[in-house]
Design a binder for this molecule. Structure first.
Ligand SMILES: Cc1ncc(COP(=O)(O)O)c(C=O)c1O
Length: 359
């Protein structure tokens, strides 16, 4: 089967590009003495996780309980669950998962730690953890200077094993089209993570793991001394957002939505059979639409649930029945909309991979 034979819409993964992206990131991380722990939220495909481990990753990162379960079921033996396991079911999972694999958790409060520690002691399991630090994203995490205080408070809890500190410097991707500004913001965030590592050490123990991760920063920058682990996610597929921030080019984007023009009555604005439910609603880089067709210079914008409007560039040349490939704006959100992807080498479909661990 060749790409033009696929029914539309379809999610298409270009394996040659995936392999190139994996090799590029391995070179920037394991090639420079850093542990690589890719985030599973981007691919949600166990075949991709296995390629990452075969390529030298120490394990995977995940965000949700479902992703964690999918990774463990897929035989991945070391996972950082980079989310606070709060609530009975999640605390339970954090403990039980450590019976069969190494599953680290992210903690940023004594309350969340206590519930996990109590269960761990009951079950005679030890749960390794990292203290999450907010280095500018204003999401979860303690302030850098508070890492030592929390480390000291958690150290006395039995059932838990401290490993170090982690952050996600995702806020740097707000800098669209200014890679130098993005890089300076990333370096500032890494500096705050190292401040947290010092604070942690002053509380009595040198951190074994100092972990950070965002694709754009990893592709554009060189990690500061003291950072031991990197957790990029988007790098494996890349997307229009990454092109917009200047970390990569269209030829590296490995995932496209194959879609067909189904209507073209308003000249210049063809309608395609892919919309919100194929691209997702995420369009965080201003003005970048929900997807981009590089060979036409056209945007997918706006989208409705099952319809998309192509606009700009040479969109007006398309006729009903024409097929195009659009790079999603935010690939992690787009992949999460799909149950499977067609995997291609060149024009040839070579496999079908299922997505796992979705809600
Ligand atoms: C905790 C954590 N680590 C790593 C990543 C990877 O970021 P990116 O997809 O930009 O590489 C994310 C992304 O959301 C994250 O939340």
């Amino acid at each position: 089967v060749k790409i033009p034979d696929l029914p539309t819409p379809a999610l298409v993964v270009d394996l040659d590009r995936v392999e190139r992206n994996l090799a590029r990131m391995a070179d920037k991380t394991t090639g420079r003495g850093r542990a690589l722990r890719p985030h599973f939220k981007t691919s949600k495909m166990i075949e991709v996780a296995r390629l990452q481990v075969e390529g030298g990753a120490v394990g995977l990162t995940c965000a949700t309980d479902r992703e964690l379960e999918a990774l463990l079921a897929g035989g991945i033996e070391s996972v950082l669950w980079a989310h606070q396991p709060v609530g009975r079911e999640k605390a339970e999972l954090a403990v039980e998962a450590n019976r069969h694999a190494e599953v680290m958790i992210a903690l940023d409060s004594l309350e969340s730690a206590r519930a996990v520690a109590e269960r761990a002691v009951e079950r005679d399991v030890v749960v390794p953890y990292l203290i999450e630090v907010d280095t500018g994203m204003r999401r979860a995490g303690v302030r850098p200077g508070d890492a030592g205080g929390l480390a000291a408070a958690l150290r006395d809890l039995p059932g838990l094993r401290p490993l170090g500190v982690m952050t996600h410097e995702g806020h740097v991707q707000r800098h669209v089209g200014e890679p130098e500004v993005l890089l300076a913001a990333a370096e500032a965030a890494w500096g705050r993570l190292l401040d947290a590592a010092r604070s942690y050490e002053e509380a009595g123990q040198k951190p074994e793991v100092v972990s950070t991760g965002a694709t754009s920063a990893a592709l554009l920058g060189k990690f500061a001394d003291g950072i031991t682990e990197v957790r990029p996610g988007t790098y494996v597929f890349l997307d229009a957002n990454q092109v917009a921030v200047g970390s990569t080019g269209w030829d590296d984007c490995a995932v496209t939505v194959l879609t067909r023009v189904v209507s073209h009555n308003r000249p210049g604005f063809p309608i395609i059979d892919a919309g919100l439910k194929e691209f997702s609603g995420d369009r965080y880089a201003a003005g970048s639409g929900h997807g981009h067709v590089p060979e036409l210079g056209a945007l997918v914008e706006p989208v409705y649930e099952e319809h998309g409007v192509l606009s700009g560039g040479r969109a007006g040349e398309l006729r009903v029945g024409d097929v195009v490939r659009a790079v999603p704006n935010h690939v992690c959100g787009a992949v999460n909309m799909w149950s499977q992807a067609a995997v291609v080498r060149g024009d040839e479909v070579v496999a079908e991979w299922r997505t796992v661990g979705r809600r």
